[in-house]
Structure formats: structure tokens, C-alpha cells
Design a protein around this ligand. Structure first.
Ligand code: GRF
Length: 200
């Protein structure tokens, strides 16, 4: 379809700096896609402020609002349907996506993880924990991974990965900051690859 823009949802729980880098990359790189939904389990998150400033619809969904997991999953699917979402980008979303949603968007959901998967992934491996584990293991390099989401945490096929060095004297915080800078380049590259379907 001429001029069709691929409709994207972003799921966030926190600052949303990856969401911001994705949003700006769409404009700067002229990628034919747009954010039509920002979903979060935390309505006070930075991602919602950014979405509001840019007139992107927001939906607050938390499992606590529902009596059953099934009702929560159904509400998520309804929100995605109502905003005609084609692809989901997880960007610092600190909850497991319900399996029915993962299945409905199989091959159409990406996540960014702040380490070189398959190392340092899985339950409990989020935020600063990841960087602590990398330093404790004495790794010489870390990085970021964009992968397709499947029902197992951090296990889906890798789309793109980029490495950064671990430097002498690094703290979990200094390593996190270097990896986050790398994420802000990597996630837009992965999105462009997904939308244009070609190697960069
Ligand atoms: C990033 O490090 C991302 O890899 C991880 O959570 C962090 C989110 O940061 N999943 P932000 O909310 O995008 O600033």
C-alpha cells in the first residue's frame, strides 16, 4: 500500500530512553513506521511523559487491575487491536508478556537486552543485575542484543548484537551507561532492518 506506515507499539516500564531513540530514528532515517501505542505497567514512567509530548496514545495496563491472568492478556490484545498494532517493541518493559500476546505477535515482537545473549539472560537478569553479573564473571566485553520474543525469557532468535569493551575499573553503573549508549544505536538499526527488510 502506498504511503503505508507500519504501526508500532512500544512497551516500557521506566525512563524510556530506548523509546525516545527509536522515535527520533524513525524521523531522522525516514523509516516508514510510526508509534501508535505506548503501553506501560507504570503510569508515572518517563516513557508516558514522552508519549504525551508527542501525541502518542498511552495505555496503562497492570496485571493487578484484573482478577485473572486471562483477563489481563485479553485486555492487552484488545488495546493492540484497537490501535491496529503490527509490531511490538519491548523497551525496558519489566514484565513478562502474556503467552497469548507473544503467540499473536510471533515474529513481530522485539526486545532489547543489555548483554550479549545467550549469556546473562533469563529470569532475574534485568537492569543493574546484568552488569553486576558481567563484571563478576570477569568478562572482557559486553554489549546489547535485539532479539525476537518467544515464550521463554531472553531466548528468541537474535536479530542484531553489538559489543562494547569492559574497561578496567568499570562499575556496574559505568558499564550500564556504555551499554545504554550502544542500545540507542542498536535498537534503531534493528528496527530499520525489520521494517526495510534489508541489511544495513
Ligand atoms: C535498557 O537497558 C534495556 O536494555 C533494558 O532496560 C533498560 C531500559 O532503559 N531492558 P530505558 O527505559 O529505555 O531508558
Amino acid at each position: 500500500m502506498a504511503n503505508h506506515k507500519t504501526r508500532l507499539a512500544v512497551f516500557c516500564s521506566g525512563t524510556g530512553s530506548n523509546f525516545q531513540s527509536l522515535y527520533h530514528a524513525l524521523k531522522e532515517r525516514n523509516i516508514p513506521a510510526e508509534f501508535t501505542l505506548c503501553l506501560s505497567n507504570r503510569p508515572e514512567c518517563g516513557a508516558f511523559s514522552f508519549a504525551d509530548q508527542h501525541a502518542i496514545p498511552t495505555v496503562h495496563l497492570s496485571e493487578k487491575q484484573f482478577d485473572t491472568h486471562g483477563a489481563f492478556a485479553a485486555a492487552m490484545l484488545k488495546a493492540l487491536d484497537e490501535h491496529a498494532v503490527e509490531y511490538i517493541l519491548l523497551a525496558g518493559y519489566l514484565r513478562k508478556v502474556p503467552e497469548s500476546v507473544v503467540n499473536a505477535y510471533a515474529g513481530k515482537t522485539l526486545n532489547i537486552h543489555p548483554a550479549l545473549l545467550p549469556k546473562f539472560g533469563g529470569p532475574g537478569m534485568y537492569g543493574i543485575n546484568v552488569h553486576k553479573a558481567v563484571l563478576e564473571a570477569g568478562e572482557k566485553e559486553s554489549g546489547a542484543t535485539v532479539h525476537f520474543v518467544d515464550p521463554e525469557y531472553d531466548k528468541g532468535p537474535v536479530l542484531l548484537q553489538h559489543k562494547v569493551p569492559v574497561k578496567p575499573g568499570d562499575t556496574p553503573e559505568s558499564l550500564a551507561s556504555r551499554v545504554l549508549d550502544c542500545e540507542h544505536q542498536l535498537y534503531p538499526d534493528a528496527l530499520e532492518l525489520l521494517i526495510r527488510g534489508t541489511e544495513l
